[in-house]
Each structure stands twice: as structure tokens, then as C-alpha cells.
Write a protein of this length. Structure first.
Length: 263
């Protein structure tokens, strides 16, 4: 129960609730205005414990990193899908172990991590990314979180609008023009398979939904947005937070049907 954290990624929180994410390495050191803590000390500490800095004896709470901590703390070079939306994508997309999943684009790789976790070492995730710099960056981001290179993951440097190879159980899209992928899903998504598209603006949503309806091989087309409203609960002050992150993107889901002869 009180097992030490070991060398890995942790979150340190000070009294003012400032959060620091760090990767523990033998001989490493965390330093702040309040003094320093040796990584070796943190690695030997159980998750949830308090550790004091050497020098000023200031307390820090240390926890093992969560998925949300990790993707929200990283210095972003591409826009990520936020955890609240990732949760919906995994559930509405019915992502589960043993599936063969296609994802595009990859960006930072935040969704890729969530899908790999859901697959739990089974099935396969193939990701198409058009930019080499993002493909390289996302690999580092994904492997660093997992702590290993998963054998059920493959990232391909290519333009998904030009076509896809294979037949997938699920297709997850985070692209400027997802409707350009729809023609490739006629043969690239299994019958009954789900397509989930993460789309920032209403005009893009309209183009995507029109395309899904007109192609004739999708049904159960749904569009929604996920609104998260944090509350402040502090003594007698119990009310919605005054700050709210208002809009991230819409989520469009659709289910592949059998194809009529005349299609
Ligand atoms: C917003 S980012 C994806 C973020 C990612 N879902 C995450 O959670 O971190 C969009 C990505 O799509 C890639 N992209 C854009 N057009 C593409 C295309 N035609 N084929 C493949 N990737 C594409 C971009 O280079 C970018 O990396």
C-alpha cells in the first residue's frame, strides 16, 4: 500500500497549489525558490505523501502522474484533445481491447495515449500524420508517458486525404477537413464500425455531417459537445466556478452500414 513511487513521472504540488511535473532520474534534483529535493528521495516516497525541501523545509505533496496531469502539463506544440473530450471519444467510439484502430492526425499524441491505454496491449493502433516534426514529437511524448515503445502501435507519415490501407474497427479523426476521409471509409471501416471526428467549428460540422449523410453508407450520425462546468466548494461558497473553459470542439459520430449494390 505504501509502495515507493520509483523512477517515473510525478506531480509535485506546493502549498499554493502550484503543480510541477517531473521525470525522476537517479541522481536528479528538483529545485525551486523553496529549496531542493533529490529525485532519489521522491522515488522512495509513496504516492500521496509529503516531502520537505532541503534548505527551507517547505512541504510538497507528491503523486504519481495521471493521464490528465500529463497531457495538460506538457509544453504543447500542437493543439491537443482535452481529457474531457477524449473520455467522450473513447466511450462514444466504443473503443475497447482487441480492436484495429486508425487515428489521424496525431499532433502531440494525446489521443494516441488514451487509445493505447484502452487497448491495454491488445489490438492495434495505426496513426497517420502528415508532418514529420509532429510524428517525431508525438512518439517521444507517447513513449515517455508509457515508459516503453508499444508493439501494437504504428505511426505512418502520410496524408490521410489520399487514402487509407487496411480495414479498421474504429476510425478517430482530428483533422481540418475530415470529410475528405469519408470516401476512404467505404472500404476502410468494417460494417458496424464507428467513426468519431473531433471538429472545432460549426461550418466544419455541417460539411462533415452532410458528407456522411450523402455518401449513403453511414447511419446513426450524431453531433454533440461536451460541456464541463467546474464548481467551487469552499465553506459556504458553493457555486459554479467563475472561470469556465467554454468551447473546445464538437464531436461527430457515425456508424458504418452495409453498402447497397447501387452505391
Ligand atoms: C489538432 S492536431 C491533432 C491533435 C491530437 N488529436 C492530440 O490529441 O494530440 C491535428 C493534426 O493533424 C495533422 N494533419 C492535418 N492534415 C492531415 C492529413 N491530411 N493527413 C494526416 N495528418 C494531418 C496535423 O499535422 C496535426 O498534427
Amino acid at each position: 500500500m505504501n509502495e515507493p513511487l520509483g523512477y517515473g513521472i510525478v506531480i509535485l504540488t506546493d502549498r499554493k497549489r502550484n503543480r510541477h511535473m517531473l521525470t525522476l532520474k537517479p541522481g536528479g534534483r528538483f529545485s525551486s525558490q523553496y529549496g531542493y529535493i533529490e529525485h532519489d528521495t521522491l522515488a522512495q516516497t509513496p504516492s500521496g505523501a509529503i516531502v520537505k525541501t532541503i534548505g527551507k523545509e517547505q512541504p510538497y505533496r507528491v503523486f504519481g502522474v495521471t493521464y490528465r496531469d500529463y497531457v495538460m502539463h506538457i509544453k504543447r506544440q500542437a493543439q491537443i484533445i482535452y481529457p474531457k473530450d477524449t473520455a467522450a471519444i473513447l466511450m462514444w467510439g466504443d473503443v475497447a481491447p482487441h480492436q484495429n484502430i486508425l487515428e489521424s492526425g496525431v499532433g502531440q499524441g494525446a489521443l494516441s495515449i488514451a487509445v493505447l491505454r484502452a487497448l491495454a496491449g491488445t489490438g492495434k493502433l495505426t496513426s497517420y500524420e502528415i508532418r514529420k516534426d509532429f510524428a517525431d514529437m508525438s512518439k517521444k511524448f507517447i513513449y515517455s508517458y508509457l515508459g516503453y515503445e508499444p508493439t501494437n502501435y504504428n505511426i505512418e507519415l502520410r496524408d490521410i486525404y489520399q487514402g487509407i490501407d487496411g480495414v479498421f474497427d474504429r476510425v478517430l479523426l482530428d483533422l481540418p477537413e475530415p470529410w475528405q476521409v469519408v470516401p476512404h471509409l467505404k472500404n476502410g471501416l468494417v460494417n458496424g464500425g464507428l467513426m468519431v471526428s473531433y471538429i472545432p467549428t460549426v461550418l466544419q460540422v455541417k460539411s462533415m455531417v452532410d458528407c456522411l449523410r450523402e455518401c449513403g453508407y453511414f447511419d446513426e450520425i450524431e453531433t454533440f459537445e461536451q460541456i464541463l462546468r467546474p464548481w467551487k466548494v469552499d465553506g459556504l461558497s458553493v457555486r459554479p466556478d467563475t472561470w469556465i473553459y467554454n468551447h473546445s470542439a464538437f464531436i461527430v459520430t457515425a456508424r458504418k452500414t452495409t453498402i447497397c449494390e447501387e452505391d
